[in-house]
Design a protein around this ligand. Structure first.
Ligand SMILES: [Zn+2]
Length: 332
């Protein structure tokens, strides 16, 4: 996979662009979820059933690089009659949820956040909202909120998914979101072995521009699976260095010094991480140090590295997942 072939004008990002792109795909590879408010969330599955199953997603509406990266991969896999695409399709089962919250994405004022138009302080208001009570202040970041319990935000945070007339959720923090529904449905049909969840962050006050977040409940996982979290995370960091990025020295254990956030994320993710190796990519957003083609290229490189790692470590990864999935029943 060579991201430098990318044509920026062709990248599929907005919900309208996604709808148009999906029209040209064979029906049998697309599963559709309807969001409250009418937008469609697409889950696309290609490749060989029974082969290692890898899921790629983008949950946050203010982090568009993962969407562009997913659609670039799908385009190349389905267009190409080349060796690369046939090899990938024969060796893997691949699922994509390129945009888990298009009703949020459609509110974004830009296609990409390239750091030239919005200061981070303004960008933060677009993410999780501006207080309806105090102009210029941030609306709080909440896993879920009800319009009847708050003053409605002066600016609605685009990261939130609206579930019904009153309820909003952060997609990767509430199992009622379309993001989680898509995973749980898919995993019940065809167990997901590896899940690369593509995020972006700003790296305010840091010279870094990429890193991998490990699950917050690493300490609860079997050793084999912990080793593969670290192994794949390191492999992606190495790949990013080769691509000219500046990742953190090692994959991060997020929220080790924040037990409240950590316990909260564990409660949401503990039913998932023993069954599916889940890693989060973070690629710099809204900064000219990491231009748009780099944002997308680094997500695509992480996707490619994931395939290479799974191919090289297939036997021991299969064993670790089998042990972890088998041990769950005994302890819970
Ligand atoms: Zn995110």
């Amino acid at each position: 996979m060579t991201p430098d072939m990318m044509d920026l004008d062709q990248l599929v990002v907005t919900p309208d662009e996604a709808d148009g792109f999906i029209e040209d795909l064979p029906d049998e590879v697309v599963h559709v979820y309807q969001q409250y408010g009418g937008r469609k969330v697409y889950r696309i599955t290609v490749g060989m059933p029974g082969q290692p199953h890898i899921l790629f997603t983008r949950p946050h509406a203010h982090e568009p690089a993962g969407t562009a990266a997913c659609f670039e991969w799908i385009r190349r896999l389905l267009d190409g009659n080349d060796d690369w695409s046939s090899q990938v399709q024969e060796s893997f089962r691949l699922s994509f949820v390129p945009d888990a919250n298009p009703s949020g994405s459609q509110l974004a004022p830009v296609k990409f956040w390239d750091g030239t138009r919005y200061e981070n302080e303004t960008f933060f208001l677009w993410m999780f909202g501006e207080s309806g009570d105090e102009p210029g202040e941030r609306f709080p970041r909440l896993d879920t909120w009800d319009t009847r319990d708050v003053t409605f935000p002066a600016l609605l945070g685009i990261a939130y998914e609206q579930l019904d007339e009153h309820t909003y959720v952060e997609p990767n923090r509430d199992h009622r979101s379309t993001f989680f529904r898509a995973y749980f449905d898919l995993h019940a049909q065809e167990p997901v072995d590896v899940w690369l969840d593509m995020h972006q962050t700003e790296y305010v006050g840091s010279e870094r521009n990429t890193h991998i977040n490990l699950p917050t409940n690493q300490d609860q996982l079997v050793k084999g699976l912990r080793d593969h979290h670290a192994g794949l995370g390191e492999a992606i960091h190495d790949r990013w260095r080769r691509e000219g990025a500046n990742p953190h020295d090692a994959p991060k254990d997020p929220y080790t010094s924040n037990p409240v956030q950590r316990d909260f994320l564990n409660a949401v993710w503990h039913t998932i991480t023993p069954n599916t190796l889940h890693l989060v990519t973070e690629v710099q957003n809204n900064n000219t140090r990491t231009p748009v083609e780099k944002q997308v290229g680094l997500q695509m490189a992480a996707m490619d590295e994931t395939l290479q790692y799974v191919r090289e470590h297939s036997a021991s990864l299969t064993d670790a997942l089998a042990e972890s999935r088998g041990s769950r029943g005994k302890h819970d």
